[in-house]
Design a binder for this molecule. Structure first.
Ligand code: FES
Length: 194
């Protein structure tokens, strides 16, 4: 009788304690790539697209999921110029351009921000105040169109509500009034704790 090697199956990780839906995006990429350690760069790409930059929490999360030393993950993230470990601007606004958001006119939100602040996605205003980013899907399609403003996920946005929220941030407010106008605010990244 020939002993068969037990098959290893990719195990879904538990939901991130923050409840931030963007961690589910990273988890989906991890699962699709079967938690292979050589998928590190692609996983980091997903993480950066969803969060705008790779902070320490994210690097720790990815390192744990891939069972890699944090020093290795940190080394890769700092080696490639397309990864950013710090937010580019003082504030950052990620507009989801995934299918669900796109059909609900996310492109108009990007256009409004571009016209108002004179920057394209991926760029930062010359005064360093605002970075505009886009992502493929932020994991909250039911709230489309979705933006993430300084780590706060806002849903059912319009060009006007987004401009108001960004303006409130830039003028030193916390965007509370704009967030109230925007129907749903899911979670603040300030609450994210490992
Ligand atoms: S397509 Fe925008 S959250 Fe999924």
């Amino acid at each position: 009788m020939v002993a068969t090697k037990p098959r290893t199956t990719a195990k879904a990780p538990p939901e991130h304690p923050s409840g931030d839906p963007r961690f589910a995006l990273i988890d989906r990429t991890l699962k699709r790539l079967r938690f292979q350690q050589d998928a590190l760069i692609e996983v980091l790409h997903t993480a950066q697209e969803a969060f705008g930059f790779l902070d320490e929490d994210l690097l720790i999360y990815v390192a744990r999921q891939l069972k890699l030393p944090l020093s290795w993950v940190y080394g890769v993230a700092t080696f490639y110029h397309f990864f950013s470990l710090k937010p580019q601007g003082e504030h950052n606004c990620i507009v989801c351009m995934g299918t669900a958001c796109y059909v609900k006119r996310a492109a108009e939100i990007v256009s409004a921000l571009q016209a108002h602040y004179g920057i394209e996605p991926g760029k930062t205003t010359p005064d360093g105040k605002l970075s505009l980013l886009s992502a493929r899907c932020l994991g909250s399609c039911g709230l489309a169109p979705v933006i993430v403003l300084d780590g706060q996920v806002l849903g059912q946005e319009t060009p006007e509500s987004t401009l108001n929220a960004v303006q409130a941030r830039l003028s030193g407010g916390n965007g509370a009034s704009a967030a109230a106008a925007a129907p749903k605010s899911l979670v603040s990244m300030e609450e994210v704790d490992e």
